[in-house]
Design a protein around this ligand. Structure first.
Ligand code: ADP
Length: 206
């Protein structure tokens, strides 16, 4: 089974492309969703966050106060690193457990996709078989972010500029998905890439 790491910049279209991939019956594991799972009440990561960041980091119902934690780590690099140290290894472990479950399900055949916004930054690109980068011009990214998150042009630009530039991420790519076009075209592009890869895998098994 081939593991594809899907990444890109904020608002470049990762989720949109993941949706097109799912239409082909391919399983997509979303790192953001796994990140939420590993801090659910009762999970060890939540206990460690509680110890590290104080009791006020939990809401009354025992769930993580994301807004508060977000506020702490936003401007404090050290705090961000302490949080990442708690969460990143667990996110990684859980994602690959899910890959292994699917591998068994599929008898080792086919494809699986990991949608990971920080695939390159955290070095996870080394643990996948292919890296696909969803790319869009900064103008498109800004316009789409403004609309999706109801934020100003300045705020959208600030969020993009706080990240690793897309052209840097593209250097790690085995394939770049051009998301500057109409969704219909991008959908066709993605479906063709999946068909192509499935055909290649199939041929290499013969
Ligand atoms: P990401 O997951 O990379 O942050 P999204 O997939 O959420 O990005 O895309 C950002 C926003 O732009 C969403 O509201 C999405 O619907 C919209 N969008 C994505 N691709 C296109 C496209 N090709 N044309 C127009 N809008 C798009």
């Amino acid at each position: 089974m081939l593991v594809i790491g899907l990444t890109g910049g904020i608002g470049s279209g990762k989720s949109t492309v993941a949706g097109f991939i799912k239409e082909k019956g391919i399983k997509v594991i979303d790192a953001d969703q796994v990140a939420r799972e590993i801090v659910e009440p009762g999970k060890p990561a939540l206990g460690e966050i509680n110890e590290e960041f104080g009791p006020n980091i939990l809401k009354e119902d025992g769930t993580l106060n994301r807004k508060k934690l977000g506020g702490i780590i936003f401007s404090d690099k050290d705090a961000r690193q302490r949080l990442n140290k708690i969460t990143h290894p667990r996110i990684r472990k859980r994602m690959f457990e899910k890959v292994d479950e699917k591998r068994k399900d599929q008898g080792g055949k086919g494809l699986i996709v990991l949608e990971v916004p920080l695939l390159i930054e955290v070095g996870l690109y080394k643990s996948v078989d292919r890296v696909w980068v969803v790319s869009a011009s900064e103008t498109s990214q800004i316009q789409r972010l403004m609309k999706r998150d109801r934020i100003s042009r300045e705020e959208a630009a600030k969020r993009i500029q706080s990240q690793m530039p897309l052209y840097e991420k593209e250097k790690y790519a085995d394939a770049i998905i051009d998301n500057n076009q109409e969704p219909k075209e991008v959908r066709e592009q993605v479906h063709a890439m999946i068909d192509d890869l499935l055909k290649k895998i199939d041929n290499s098994c013969k």
